[in-house]
Write a new protein. Structure first.
Length: 457
């Protein structure tokens, strides 16, 4: 490289550092999380000669400066408010707004070793859906032999931007918001192929039995037929995937049970996750698929946390959503347990329902204290059953219901987990595995790509 080119790089880096200094002086600060966008902000990149030569260091600096502009939160809020005026409304009290809220499978910066696991998590990854409305359709047959028709694809499917997030559509119906679901057959096939490969490996090398639970998102239960046609049928999509799974895999029909309870508060209105009540019905479906009686919901002591404005509100800043925040209903575990979160080799004892997040913006992080690389739950259930759960954030609200049935539960989030998966399962002597995702994994392949990576030796 010529001397002049090196001088240009040096002057550019000095310019960036000068800009960063001005940010701190005039209100940019060094926040780790954007509360408005509900995501992690870019960190200052680590210097190395290789990073400089590859351009990674300079790109990291650019991202850092862009994320720490003075008064950035105010500017973002104002921008989203203006953008929300551009939604397309209709006669059915419904608005469709563009959103980049789906970041199902972004790798999460919280996984770096220096992160303090007791601090607020960066943005919860995943844009699925809130709010549920009843659809008058019969209970689906998700058996591996059902002859379901292949799901139809959207004429204009959601597209992907350079950061790996889905640029999709949020449907706001009255006081609830949900993501429009656009099925991608290639992603669904890749998902099924990867789960089949995972099952073969864990069965042959560790004797582990595998189950799969694909949870529908809220838009599947919209009553209005015209609005329901904006999305691909998740019923068909789930059937299509389940039919591609190999025979030993247990298919969990969460959609069938959720449909029976769709008039209940099973999805948040302002957030893309299911509620703890919805997660309980997912747990019930899992237990019934295993032939195990579920613990009745009435067995649990309840607690309410009001004032939750979730990811869909953050994505749209809808005034209708703001006026009616969600209330999180918690079901307190009655089984004695220890919950330890692992960052690198440093376990941290935490609460399974972490009430420190009750006063923060993203109250969904109460469940499991948010998304973590991996965690171990040791219970008083002395039956020798050791379950590993590979999950997205839908798993967070469901996992506490599993305590009465397993001696140990290993919670794995591929977005942060950075170890080879098979040796990990063998080391901890897992004998059962649950893969738990919401159907957004069938929209793009990022999440399943992360599992593929962890299957490498």
């Amino acid at each position: 490289m010529k001397t002049g080119q090196w001088l240009q790089i040096v002057f550019f880096i000095l310019f960036i550092y000068s800009g960063a200094a001005m940010l701190w002086l005039y209100g940019g600060g060094d926040s780790a999380v954007s509360e408005t966008e509900n995501r992690a902000l870019a960190r200052m990149p680590i210097w190395s000669g290789q990073a400089l030569r590859s351009g990674q260091y300079v790109r990291g600096l650019e991202n850092y400066v862009a994320d720490h502009v003075p008064f950035r939160e105010t500017l973002v809020s104002a921008g989203k408010t203006v953008a929300s005026w551009g939604g397309v409304s209709g006669k059915d009290d419904a608005v469709i707004a563009l959103s980049g809220a789906n970041n199902t499978a972004q790798t999460m910066p919280a996984a770096v070793p220096q992160t303090d696991p007791t601090q607020t998590d960066p943005a919860q990854t995943k844009a699925e859906t809130p709010g549920a409305e009843q659809a008058a359709t019969p209970k689906p047959d998700h058996s591996p032999h059902s002859a379901a028709a292949a799901p139809q694809t959207q004429e204009k499917p959601q597209t992907q931007d350079e950061s790996g997030r889905i640029v999709g559509k949020v449907l706001i119906v009255g006081n609830r918001a949900m993501n429009v679901f656009a099925y991608a057959p290639a992603s669904a096939k890749r998902y099924a192929d990867t789960i089949n490969r995972l099952e073969r490996l864990v069965r042959s090398e560790a004797g582990i039995h595998v189950s799969v639970l694909l949870a529908p998102t809220a838009v599947e239960f919209v009553q209005n037929e015209k609005l329901r046609k904006l999305s691909t049928s998740q019923d068909d999509a789930i059937r299509g995937v389940y039919e591609q799974l190999s025979a030993p895999i247990v298919r969990v029909d969460a959609l069938g049970i959720l449909r029976k309870h769709s008039e209940e508060y099973i999805y948040f209105r302002t957030d893309h996750h299911w509620t703890a009540t919805g997660a309980y019905y997912g747990y019930e479906a899992y237990m019934r698929a295993l032939g195990v009686p579920p613990v009745p919901l009435e067995r649990y002591e309840r607690q309410q946390v009001p004032g939750f404005l979730g990811s869909q509100y953050s994505a749209t800043l809808s005034k209708k959503l703001e006026k009616e925040p969600d209330t999180i209903v918690l079901y307190k575990p009655f089984v004695s347990h220890e919950y330890a979160v692992h960052y690198s080799s440093h376990p941290s004892r935490m609460d399974l329902l972490d009430m420190s997040h009750a006063s923060r913006k993203n109250k969904y992080r109460i469940f499991l204290s948010g998304d973590r690389p991996w965690a171990r739950i040791k219970t008083e259930t002395d039956n020798g059953r050791r379950l590993a759960v590979i999950k997205d954030s839908y798993g967070n609200a469901l996992i506490p219901f599993l305590l009465p049935h397993f001696a140990e539960i290993y919670v794995i989030d591929p977005r942060q987990f950075d170890q080879p998966l098979i040796p990990f399962l063998k080391e901890h002597e897992a004998n059962e595995l649950l893969v738990l995702n919401n159907t957004e994994v069938l929209v793009d392949s990022d999440f399943i790509r992360l599992i593929e990576t962890r299957l490498q030796p």
